[in-house]
Design a protein around this ligand. Structure first.
Ligand code: MG
Length: 169
């Protein structure tokens, strides 16, 4: 088993779409980035690459590459799951903290969780999404940015533990 950590921050701007964990949230302000700026997908993808010892999304999806302009980050995350899968790893679980002063994420957390579970190929009980405000201090608290932290655990797809468990499924 291996553990990985990921972090991402994007700036908020008037008139940009707000997309978190593949969910488009109606809000007057959204996140600025070369891709769709989905901090949740980016942090989770980085955590997976980190766990697998495979670098970071900046290396695999450079923001200087026009191919990734406006990229749907759920595609990026699905590709990263494929990449680590080809390297012999599969996802065990994932825990995420989204730092956002606004909008209130409570009502959106179940959908983000379901989206991530689908993308990671695990049950929803193996994905957890937490939301924190910035307590009105700092760039997040002032609503200038949204950040996300993710921790993921992966296991070797052919590990004895995985084989044992599959007998019971
Ligand atoms: Mg990013």
């Amino acid at each position: 088993m291996r553990i990985g950590i990921g972090h991402d921050t994007h700036r908020m701007e008037e008139g940009r779409p707000l997309i978190l964990g593949g969910l488009r949230i109606e809000h007057p302000r959204g996140l600025v980035g070369h891709s769709d700026a989905d901090v949740v997908c980016h942090a989770v993808a980085d955590a997976l690459l980190g766990a697998a010892g495979m670098g970071d999304i900046g290396e695999h999806y450079p923001d200087t590459d026009p191919r990734w302009k406006g990229l749907d980050s759920t595609r990026l995350l699905a590709e990263v799951v494929d990449r680590i899968g080809q390297a012999g790893w599969r996802v065990v679980n994932c825990d995420v903290i989204v730092h956002a002063q606004e909008p209130k994420l409570g009502p959106h957390k179940p959908i983000i969780r379901a989206n991530l579970a689908r993308l990671l190929g695990v049950g929803e009980d193996l994905v957890n999404v937490k939301a924190k405000t910035g307590e009105r201090v700092g760039p997040i608290g002032r609503g200038e940015a949204i950040a996300c932290e993710a921790v993921t655990l992966i296991e070797a797809a052919a590990s004895p533990a995985a084989r044992d468990r599959s007998e019971f499924v």
